[in-house]
Ligand binder design. Structure first.
Ligand SMILES: [Zn+2]
Length: 490
């Protein structure tokens, strides 16, 4: 923190002043997105990236330098898919680790090739670490930039004009952007918040970094995938607009908040920490069983930041401080530390001693905002909230199925024969979501957003209770299988 304080009065770290073009409160409005001198519409942004890439590729072709320098196999590079093919890297199998391929596990286990705990451990410990793959992933696929053309781009652009609305449909946005919701959303938010201009970010490096992050999420995870990251980032964007917070935030705070939200679950293996611990995964020993996943998300993000060179033009002390603060934010999402943060938050509110002029206090509130964004699914409109609930339970059940198959103890909430979606959701809301959002409401002081979230939370819980009640009274069908969640009631 002290290092950053030195920059507070400098151009990069200075706080926005009222009336400035980049003032957060003005950036929030649609008119600023349309009229701001330093902001661009999405199609222009994409166009700019295309132009820069084209010129960079020409340059690379002439010089035969950079990432191709020592890679003979890549000299005929004609696009990322081909490079991956040459390197033997399937699109779903990047160099990220831990990587647990459920399809492989299911297929091979069913065919009897794998059936012992020993083999499972070996499989889970297998580090699929292609040294060059991160470099390869730094190459932006030529085709991805064309996916946003035409009607879809228009519709996605229209959706982005309402990116600050709480009912923003991230699933629809992901379809309209052809699975590029995280990259597209972040480009838009960084641009809209004036961060690209403020931090003098290189558009190509930014795009490279975001593509790396998006691709390091495992799209086969039902829940912990890039759409969840985009959803959390959109929620974070909404929270950063809350008046009590917004008036104090510096560009650096907004940069860190959005960046942490984007990368907070990167390379998530789709299983939880206890699973990694009991299967003696190398990450569990690396981080000594403490915030294993969160440490990995943070370290992976730092690796990608350095590799992309996104911050390489900033003073080294500043990038180090950014990396540290990013870690502190991502580590705060460890749900096992919920009580620690909740009691600090309560104490601050009881004592009314949060001074958001103080950098440490703003950082604490960014941690709280990120925690809220991470578990805000039950506060969304029912249709989206229900989808997220089913997805997270599906991920739990997959872990439980794995544990059953390989005769490991089935983790809590992961037994699809015992733990129903309504029961899991009611517990989640009661013990984690409601206590945190009750305090968040005290902090924001009943803003329209908070009112809307609390209202959804109440209604959604009532719906899950009704579904739970129905299941209970039907006595299920006796098959032992979980029932499909059928919407009933209002
Ligand atoms: Zn998350």
């Amino acid at each position: 923190m002290p290092v950053l304080n030195r920059f507070l009065n400098s151009e990069l770290g200075r706080r926005w002043k009222a009336g400035e073009e980049l003032l957060p409160s003005s950036v929030w409005t649609l008119s600023t997105y349309q009229q701001g001198a330093l902001t661009m519409e999405l199609p222009e942004l994409i166009q700019l990236v295309k132009l820069v890439w084209k010129s960079k590729h020409n340059l690379q072709g002439q010089k035969k330098r950079g990432i191709f320098e020592n890679e003979d196999a890549l000299s005929n590079y004609q696009g990322e898919a081909r490079v991956r093919e040459q390197a033997g890297v399937l699109s779903e199998r990047r160099g990220s680790f831990p990587f647990i391929d459920f399809r492989l596990l299911n297929t091979t286990a069913n065919s009897g090739e794998i059936g012992t705990k020993k083999k499972l451990k070996r499989l889970l410990s297998f580090q699929r670490y292609f040294h060059a793959s991160r470099l390869l992933r730094g190459i932006v696929p030529q085709t991805s930039l064309h996916l946003l053309d035409g009607d879809y781009l228009g519709q996605a652009g229209h959706m982005l004009s309402k990116v600050g609305a709480w009912n923003f449909d991230i699933f629809l946005f992901d379809r309209l952007t052809n699975g590029n919701s995280l990259v597209t959303l972040l480009c838009h938010l960084f641009n809209g918040h004036g961060l690209i201009h403020h931090f003098q970010l290189d558009m190509v490096k930014l795009h490279q970094f975001l593509v790396m992050v998006q691709e390091d999420y495992h799209s086969q995870n039902p829940y912990h995938n890039a759409v969840h990251a985009a959803d959390v980032t959109q929620a974070m964007h909404c929270y950063l607009k809350e008046p009590r917070l917004a008036r104090y935030l510096t560009p650096l705070d907004i940069f860190l908040g959005l960046l942490a939200a984007t990368s907070h679950d990167v390379d998530h293996p789709g299983v939880n920490q206890p699973f990694l611990v009991k299967t003696k995964h190398h990450l569990a020993s690396l981080y000594q069983n403490v915030s294993v996943l969160e440490n990995h998300h943070w370290r992976s993000t730092v690796g990608m930041l350095r590799e992309s060179g996104l911050l390489s033009h900033l003073p080294v002390e500043m990038t180090q401080e950014i990396e540290q603060q990013l870690g502190s934010l991502i580590l705060a999402t460890d749900i096992s530390r919920q009580n620690e943060f909740l009691s600090s938050f309560k104490t601050h509110l009881d004592n009314d001693d949060l001074s958001l002029e103080v950098a440490e206090h703003r950082h604490f509130m960014l941690q709280i905002a990120l925690k809220c964004a991470d578990i805000c699914n039950p506060c969304r409109v029912w249709e989206m909230s229900k989808q997220w609930s089913e997805r997270v339970c599906e991920e739990f059940y997959r872990q439980g199925d794995l544990e059953r198959k390989f005769e490991l103890e089935i983790s809590p909430l992961c037994n699809q024969h015992m733990d129903t979606v309504p029961a899991i959701q009611i517990g989640f809301m009661t013990y984690l979501v409601e206590p945190l959002f009750d305090e968040w409401r005290r902090f924001t002081d009943n803003t329209p957003l908070t009112e809307a979230m609390m209202s959804h939370l109440r209604k959604n819980k009532a719906r899950w209770r009704a579904l739970h009640h129905n299941q209970h009274h039907r006595g299920d069908d006796g098959s032992g299988q979980r029932s499909e969640v059928v919407e009933s009631g209002p």
